[in-house]
Design a protein around this ligand. Structure first.
Ligand SMILES: NC(=O)C1=CN([C@@H]2O[C@H](COP(=O)(O)OP(=O)(O)OC[C@H]3O[C@@H](n4cnc5c(N)ncnc54)[C@H](O)[C@@H]3O)[C@@H](O)[C@H]2O)[C@@H](O)CC1
Ligand SMILES: [K+]
Length: 480
């Protein structure tokens, strides 16, 4: 390879591995939400394997020898499912290059009744007529390590017909299988073309639309891990303008934010509640807000996202503050509770702003002048260019184009404070730079989930801080 070729190859490889991560995240998202809604994702693996088997039956004469080369993950599982379906018509051998790690792949192997060999039989296995490549799918990270690197080289040197499962193993690195056919699942992966993937067949493996319509644990994986080189302020700063009337609402939202790993959580209150809010938690910064001073507004605008409204009251000073804050803000704002009541009198201020409004049914009526239902929420969100989270037994989340739902929770969640908590969660995710729509899905799912966990421990007798206490364990199980 000359220098230019090397640079080109490195660029391609970098791009593919970066974008490969995107596919991996999307696949994990779909898998987690699938599990949440329907249970095990094994049926998807069965569908994936079955689509590979169908392609082989259609393209190759039966009776030939097939070597199914397996890595350790779910890509191998798909290949083993295909092996079981093919073994009545073909002479099939499953080659386990280095055992299996994936539980689903192990299950597929249990259901497979044919011939299995280990790496000591690699040469004899690769002498088959057809090779199924189930070494890596989108779960690869970095360059293939041994023993896979030399296995890929042997596959490419074999001169046999090669069918890759989902993606050619190693695609985007310097060592990739070069197949005749690739059966890829759900959608074409970035960078795949005829040269590196052979004939590409996109197979639908039956992932239901609901995995993207419903908020679920899969949405939480989009929480950004802090860069080890980042400094204070780069991982979310939230300005909470709340609690001027009912101080507890601002504290609930701030505690939610603190538990979500933000760098700085600041509450802005007036004289009346300054002392009591300041005394609550050492991790929360409390600042005095004077609605007549421009400096107060400028301080609030320096945060990466704002939450306005919980326990704010509807005083004259709150009304002025809301108007000026929204008007001058360049960062996204979540408006909740009293903020919604005030906003309903000044709807023109949200034009062109990045706004999420989180009304319950009555607040929705006040805000829109219409009945709280999906159709009206979509209509209002579209007309105003905002996101609406209409809270209820099932939350409805819409930006006027897409509609999503969050279900779950329990009857105890009608208690005061759950709305403040939800607004705190959504605004915190937004402050970390997560897309606002995704932030709403993450927040609505998480709010319902922590209600369920609190119920598991204390039944109907849990309180709002019990929900807040559950935030870290839920997040930590999806974000490492
Ligand atoms: N929702 C979906 O899209 C579905 C995807 N499925 C399959 O699942 C695949 C992804 O499965 P997995 O996440 O288990 O990942 P893979 O099967 O792609 O590979 C992961 C395994 O390879 C190892 N590994 C990763 N990089 C390596 C490297 N550079 N050198 C050596 N070993 C390495 C890992 O330790 C892990 O055991 C997809 O490509 C697809 O084939 C299907 O099972 C069905 C559902
Ligand atoms: K593969």
């Amino acid at each position: 390879m000359n220098r230019m070729q090397k640079i080109f190859s490195l660029t391609i490889s970098f791009k593919l591995s970066c974008l490969g991560m995107g596919y991996y995240d999307d696949m994990r998202h779909d898998d987690l939400n699938y599990e949440y809604l329907y249970g095990s994702t094994y049926p998807l693996m069965k569908n994936a394997g079955s689509s590979v088997a169908k392609v082989i039956e259609k393209n190759f004469a039966s009776g030939q020898k097939v070597c199914v080369v397996c890595g350790t993950g779910n890509n191998a599982g798909d290949a083993i499912v295909a092996a079981e379906l093919l073994r009545t018509k073909f002479e099939v051998t499953v080659l386990l290059v280095n055992g299996l790690k994936s539980e689903l792949a192990k299950k597929a192997l249990q259901e497979y009744g044919g011939n299995v060999v280990d790496a000591s039989h690699i040469d004899e296995c690769l002498a088959a007529d057809i090779i199924i490549d189930g070494i890596f799918g989108v779960g690869i990270s970095g360059e293939p390590k041994e023993p896979y690197k030399s296995t890929i080289e042997k596959i490419n040197a074999s001169g046999k017909k090669i069918v890759s499962v989902d993606v050619p193993s190693g695609l985007g690195t310097n060592c990739a299988v070069r197949p005749d056919i690739t059966v890829t699942f759900t959608s074409l992966k970035y960078g795949m073309n005829k040269e590196n993937s052979g004939e590409i067949i996109v197979a639908d493996i039956g992932i239901p639309d609901d995995v993207r319509k419903y908020a679920g644990p899969g949405d939480l994986i989009y929480y950004p891990r802090p860069d080890p080189d980042s400094h204070k302020g780069m991982n979310g700063t939230l300005g909470i303008v709340a609690g001027w009337e009912y101080h507890g609402s601002s504290v609930i939202a701030a505690l939610a934010a603190e538990n979500l790993g933000l760098d700085l959580v600041r509450i802005y209150v007036t004289n009346k509640n300054y002392e009591i809010v300041s005394s609550y938690d050492p991790g929360i910064i409390v600042r005095l807000f004077d609605y007549k001073r421009q400096a107060s507004y400028e301080e609030v605008w320096r945060n990466s996202a704002l939450l306005i409204g919980p326990g704010l009251g509807t005083s004259h000073e709150a009304e002025i503050a809301l108007k000026r804050l929204v008007n001058g803000s360049a960062v996204p704002i979540v408006i909740d509770a009293d903020g919604i009541t005030l906003l309903s009198k000044h709807l023109s201020i949200i034009k062109g702003k990045k706004i999420v409004v989180t009304p319950h049914k009555n607040e929705f009526r006040k805000l829109t002048g219409t009945e709280p239902n999906e159709e009206n929420a979509v209509e209002f969100a579209k007309e105003k260019g905002i996101i609406i989270v209409l809270k209820g037994k099932v939350d409805i989340i819409t930006d006027g184009k897409e509609v999503h739902y969050a279900k779950g929770g329990n009857a105890r969640m009608t208690m005061g404070g759950t709305g403040d908590l939800l607004a705190g969660l959504i605004s915190s995710f937004i402050s970390k730079g997560i897309d606002p729509m995704r932030s709403c899905l993450m927040g609505t799912y998480l709010n319902k989930r922590i209600g369920e966990l609190a119920y598991d421990k204390k039944g109907l007798f849990y309180k709002i801080t019990d929900m807040i206490d559950e935030i870290p364990s839920v997040m930590a199980s999806y974000v490492r």
